[in-house]
Design a protein around this ligand. Sequence first.
Ligand code: PRP
Length: 183
Amino acid sequence: MKLDDVSADLEEVLLTEDQIHERLAELSRQIEKDYEGETPLLVGVLKGAVMVMADLAKELRMPIEMDWMAVSSYGSGTQSSGVVRILKDLDTDLIGRRVLIVEDIIDSGLTLSWLLANLRSRGAKSVDILALLRKPDAAKVDVEVKYVGFEIPSRFVVGYGLDYAERYRNLRGVAVLAPHVYA
Ligand code: PRP
């Protein structure tokens, strides 16, 4: 779905498809250098990371493996609580592996900080994070993110994996949702 297809639902476009792909290409060149001669395991966090994982994986000019986790933050409403439950675990043994967690967005940082500790405890050689988007204003915990696509303001954004009530994930860009949609 293109941004134009739902323009009435969007207040402001933050990132177009081209901008995202260009940035993923830059990050891919960096990743190729950092993991030269190795086969990193990319771990996508469902469901938001599906788009970034697919485009990043296609852009990378090196062998990789992919695996997926689904986690759920306990807590009320839309806020992460930091208490995380695994809904779907990895199929891959992490011992000795170099792992790159792939996320769509880091907001409070609570999910990723938990995930980082969890995956590190499984004997991986290294665990790093790539997040397409980061909301620096919203950070409750400091998480080291090795590869950041874009810093964005703390507004309600949808698209490119990010949803509102499960909709807009298939939008090709990232945009601020118009308040009338959720009012
Ligand atoms: C989003 C996003 C991260 C998390 C970030 O997932 O994909 O996993 O929230 O928030 P935090 O930094 O405040 O912890 P969500 O729980 O909305 O699930 P989804 O990916 O299935 O939409």
